[in-house]
Design a protein around this ligand. Structure first.
Ligand code: ATP
Ligand code: MG
Length: 465
């Protein structure tokens, strides 16, 4: 489109503004032109009448006609003082259509009359009253035909219009070229440089160097330069971390195999005749199986680019029941844990039921493990409610327990992989994975409460469409 580019917009705007300015100049100009025209006529008429006064000869009548013709008027009346009046007259071709008194006409009246004159289709006979020049009398009055005035007014108007077009054309062109040189070209350079950088953001040599002499553009270039430098640094760090992750995965893999062998050997130690070896064996097996567990979890997490959720509608109550049933089976003997659930029976949601099952299992398992560790009776409560967040419908799930609350280390590194785990046998991945899965759904997992009376987590899941 013609108006899309910056320079084209400028071009048009300049033409429009210059034309607007010219229109504002046009009206006073034609008004001034008309006034001067009429004043000149008055002056010529005054001279004509004075010339006649000077020649008192026999040809006065003939001379009067010639003088009037030269002055371009039909009649002149010059009032010299209270008594004397000088009149020159020739026959009028028609009636006087209008009288204009230039002595008390203000700028607005003059402008109105000038435009009015230009608008009239035909010429008329008008009377014009003014002050004689050089104190030549009290008043001077002429009658004239407006045909010539109209023609000259139009001629003058057209010249002004043509001049405005020329001025606006040249100004617009100059501005267009300046915008091209000072704004568009540097902007194009920035855009080209951004595209070049985007092809390979790891390459430091592709980072934009601020060059522009225009302050605003320079600031934009500097901000871009900063952003690209940060991004390139981050990408390089990410590469290094990915490489590190790869080696950790390889180490974990081989370590797990070695530990599995060691664990099998340790199993055999239980059959040893040496009572001290026999006693140590179960502890060794326990430690080894924990180490294997750690390796496996690390491997799983390393691979774990969690797939995007496969959304399908399911009944929330059924899923919660499954989670609770599963967890009940895992409760260690002797622990007294009560599970309470409150879920609207017909509440459905569109989400990935597998992933949500894992999220809830992780949270409920953590609560169960915390309660078991206290060796006290405890309650795990799951409350589900429909909930609209930021105008989006969804479901809120609260999981609370009456355990001891989060230990400080877990609180500090909440939802961070490998960081927050303090539980013996735990890896510290459960909450990190749960949070990641919920985020993948566009939802939110947050800790609502953690104190001596227990913990409460809240999940909000949008109803996927
Ligand atoms: N409901 C809870 N009550 C008390 N402490 C909790 C609760 N939930 C989590 N924690 C604490 O937070 C830590 C981190 O939990 P997370 O589930 O991330 O790891 P983990 O349970 O140690 O290991 P994983 O789940 O990977 O086997 C736990 O070690 C535990 O100390
Ligand atoms: Mg856990």
């Amino acid at each position: 489109m013609m108006f899309r580019s910056l320079s084209a917009r400028f071009l048009w705007l300049v033409v429009i503004f210059v034309m607007l300015a010219e229109v504002l100049i046009f009206v006073p100009s034609v008004s001034r032109f008309r006034e001067e025209y009429l004043l000149a006529r008055l002056e010529r008429a005054q001279i004509a009448s004075l010339a006649l006064l000077a020649s008192d000869g026999p040809f006065a009548g003939e001379l009067a006609g010639e003088l009037l013709e030269n002055a371009g008027v039909f009649n002149v009346a010059l009032r010299r003082d209270a008594v004397r009046e000088l009149v020159l007259s020739s026959p009028l071709p028609g009636p006087i259509a209008q009288t204009y008194d230039l002595r008390d006409a203000n700028a607005f009246i003059l402008m109105r009359d000038a435009l009015d004159e230009m608008r009239r289709p035909d010429a008329r006979i008008i009377r014009v009253i003014g002050e004689p020049v050089r104190q030549g009398g009290l008043l001077i009055e002429i009658t004239l035909d407006t045909a010539n005035l109209q023609a000259e007014l139009w001629d003058y108007g057209k010249r002004i219009l043509l001049l405005s077009l020329l001025i606006s054309g040249i100004t617009a062109l100059l501005l267009y070229l300046s915008i091209q040189v000072f704004v568009v070209a540097p902007m194009r350079r920035v855009i080209r440089s951004m595209a070049h950088y985007a092809e390979s953001p790891q390459d430091v040599t592709r980072i934009l160097t601020p060059q522009s002499s225009i302050r605003e553009l320079r600031e934009a270039e500097e901000a871009l330069n900063l952003m690209q430098t940060d991004l390139t640094g981050l990408l390089r760090q990410k590469d290094r971390l990915a490489q590190l992750g790869g080696s950790v995965a390889r180490i974990s893999h081989d370590l797990r195999n070695m530990l599995t062998t060691a664990s099998m050997l340790a199993d055999r130690m239980e059959m040893s005749d040496d009572p001290s070896v026999k006693r140590a064996a179960p502890k060794l097996v326990g430690s080894l199986s924990r180490a294997i567990n750690l390796c496996e979890s690390t491997l799983a997490f390393g691979k774990a680019q969690e797939p995007p959720p496969k959304l399908a509608r399911f009944r929330v109550a059924a899923l919660i029941e499954d989670v609770v049933e599963n967890e009940k089976l895992a409760v260690v003997d002797g622990a007294d844990i009560t599970f309470l659930t409150e879920v609207p029976a017909d509440l459905h949601i569109r989400a990935d039921s597998e992933q949500i099952f894992r999220v809830l299992s992780n949270l409920v398992r953590n609560a169960r493990q915390a309660l078991e560790a206290t060796k006290q009776p405890g309650v795990i409560e799951i409350l589900v409610k429909p909930s609209v967040q930021d105008g989006q419908p969804g479901v809120a799930i609260r999981i609370g327990d009456t355990g001891p609350g989060l230990p400080p280390k877990a609180r500090e590194h909440l939802f961070e992989a490998f960081q927050g785990g303090v539980r013996k046998g735990g890896v510290g991945l459960g909450l990190a994975i749960a949070a990641e899965l919920v985020r993948g759904h566009g939802g939110k997992l947050e800790l609502m409460r953690s104190d001596a009376d227990g913990c409460e987590f809240r999940i909000w899941l949008p109803d996927g469409v």
